[in-house]
Design a protein around this ligand. Structure first.
Ligand SMILES: [Zn+2]
Ligand SMILES: [Zn+2]
Length: 571
């Protein structure tokens, strides 16, 4: 079990306590613990297995240690479950509204008795919020405007949450002695940024044991429906999951069918038809004789198609590539050699330069860039020219003492609202690596946003645009960007584009990353790590790149540092 999984439960518990109006010290204790847990490189679940004392960690007392033990050994958290019973799920949905935290939700729930997004919407429309102490008309209007976004996304989980749940359940089903094959299908297997629900397929001579196992699983809230071969359950997160038990000879066909996408499958079915074949979730049939179905490879081969990596199955260009015999060999996580976006204690990171470098080396990376924030991000303790130069001196000193990994002096420099850079050119000129980003004023009109991005792209020292749109999936829309104009300028000015691997960013998205590739713009997949555990998100960035059809060659940080440097405009 990943530390992140435990941290999320503690954060949620703190949110619930805050909504309930509990003692602030108790709330803070959970939040501090969550922070400690997510910034620790050792796996807590391993430590529990080794019977180590968890109170060695700052902020983890006896009680919290017991709770961690419960989560890692039983997969459940009784303190959290107890609270969940007292606070309706719809109250938690309100936390998805941008600008609304547990404090405000507490007021909505306790003072106005609102229990869902619909309740809150009605209260805003009736002007009930603006009558509350500390809430004005403006707040009420902005909450109302943001509810639609929260409603739209409340049904969808981020790919990281979806995968965590699906993979844990698959792992547990695999332990059954009766079970044959088990695998995740659906949008989760295609690694879409968000998933509406989950699909798991299994083979087993008797559907009883896997369905019983799922019904009793600690992540499962309730069984919605159970038939001979299909069971639908609701997870405690609100997500729904379908388990289908299929015959061995149909497993490949079922995987192909339930992985989707619908659009991809329409074309595959038509191709089968053109060959006089019938394709369904049980197999490929000529007349009524099954000719394939056991594996996906067989299914595609029977229709004269290559096996498609699930990330490509969107009916975009995969059939065109397949027909030309040019299905791209997609980049893999093993190809990544460097990570060029991360933070340290110099700004808002949790680890020192040294700790980040060592953690990166342990993960097999050959080079990194330390890219703390510039001064505009004052809440993250952003660096001005003086502090930045001192910080770079520290990096230069430390890189002499650490072998096996190269460290670049970088900066994540804000592009200010007035379309100037947050640091002067002479400072940027001294950096090995400059990421330019929009953090503030994302709602400015498109013209101004483009003016800002153009300032960055045409700056001689900017190497890359980081998390281009600034979106936070499910919480905040990205800036109004004219991508064709931006990408063309980036190509002309030898500026790279980042895929930020954090599952709430994944920015560039798959469509724009594919467009960047077409223009020959090198893509860098970066973790934007704020702690030694931050590197774990790399896989989500790689998945996004794969969805864009990117090969190892298209991704700049698959190169050795020497080769990577040749792509820089200063080279
Ligand atoms: Zn940033
Ligand atoms: Zn960053």
């Amino acid at each position: 079990m990943k530390n992140e999984f435990i941290a999320v439960q503690f954060e949620l518990l703190a949110d619930l306590l805050e909504i309930q109006g509990a003692n602030p010290f108790r709330i803070r204790a959970y939040r501090n613990a969550a922070r400690t847990i997510s910034s620790t490189s050792e796996s807590l679940s391993d430590l529990v297995i080794e019977k180590q004392d968890l109170t060695q960690f700052a902020g983890i007392g006896k009680d919290l240690a017991k709770q961690i033990e419960e989560i890692t050994t039983k997969g459940q958290h009784s303190a959290l479950e107890e609270l969940r019973k007292q606070i309706p799920g719809g109250v938690l949905d309100m936390l998805r509204i941008p600008g609304v935290g547990p404090k405000k939700v507490s007021v909505f729930f306790n003072e106005l008795g609102l229990k869902s997004l619909e309740d809150l919407k009605a209260a805003c429309e009736a002007g009930r919020l603006s009558k509350l102490k500390g809430f004005g008309k403006k707040t009420e209007e902005s909450i109302l405007a943001n509810i639609a976004m929260a409603t739209e996304h409340s049904q969808r989980a981020s790919i990281s949450d979806a995968r965590a749940a699906a993979e844990l359940i698959v792992e547990d089903l695999q332990k059954l002695k009766e079970i044959g094959q088990v695998a995740v299908a659906g949008s989760c297997r295609r690694r879409k940024e968000t998933c509406g629900d989950l699909d798991i397929l299994a083979t087993c001579s008797d559907s009883g044991p896997p369905m019983d196992c799922l019904a009793a699983h600690p992540l499962v809230d309730s069984v919605l429906q159970r038939g001979e071969t299909k069971q639908r359950v609701r997870l405690k997160t609100g997500m729904e999951l379908d388990l289908r038990v299929v015959p061995e000879e149909s497993f490949g066909a079922a995987m192909q069918y339930f992985t989707g996408s619908k659009e991809h499958n329409v074309v595959v079915r038509q191709r089968a038809k053109d060959l006089g074949l019938k394709l369904n979730e049980y197999g490929v049939f000529r007349y009524d004789v099954q000719v394939a179905g056991r594996t996906e490879e067989d299914v595609y081969a029977a229709i004269g198609l290559p096996w498609f990596p699930p990330e490509l199955r969107e009916n975009r260009r995969e059939f065109e590539w397949a027909d030309a015999g040019k299905l791209p060999e997609l980049v893999t996580i093993a190809d990544i050699k460097g990570d060029l976006h991360m933070h340290t204690t110099a700004s808002d990171g949790a680890a020192t330069i040294e700790q980040m470098a060592i953690a990166a080396r342990e993960r097999g990376l050959k080079y990194i860039a330390i890219t703390d924030h510039s001064k505009r991000v004052s809440m993250a303790n952003g660096l001005d020219a003086n502090r930045l130069r001192k910080h770079w001196d520290d990096i230069r000193r430390i890189r002499e003492t650490i072998s096996g990994i190269e460290i670049l002096c970088g900066i994540e420099c804000d592009i200010l609202e007035d379309a100037t850079m947050d640091l002067p050119d002479d400072v940027l000129a001294e950096a090995d690596w400059v990421i330019a980003v929009l953090h503030y004023g994302l709602k400015q009109p498109g013209d101004q946003i483009m003016k800002r991005l153009m300032t960055a792209v045409t700056n001689p020292h900017v190497d890359i645009i980081g998390h281009c749109s600034g979106r936070m999936i499910g919480r905040r829309e990205g800036a109004d960007i004219n991508f064709s104009e931006l990408l063309k300028a980036a190509a002309d000015n030898q500026v790279m584009m980042e895929i930020n691997a954090h599952p709430s960013r994944l920015d560039l998205d798959d469509i724009h990353a594919a467009a960047a590739k077409d223009l020959g713009i090198p893509i860098v997949i970066s973790t934007d790590s704020h702690s030694v555990n931050g590197f774990e998100v790399l896989e989500y960035g790689v998945d996004q790149a794969r969805r864009a059809g990117l090969t190892k060659d298209d991704v700049a940080n698959t190169r050795t540092l020497k080769e990577f440097r040749k792509l820089l405009k200063s080279s």
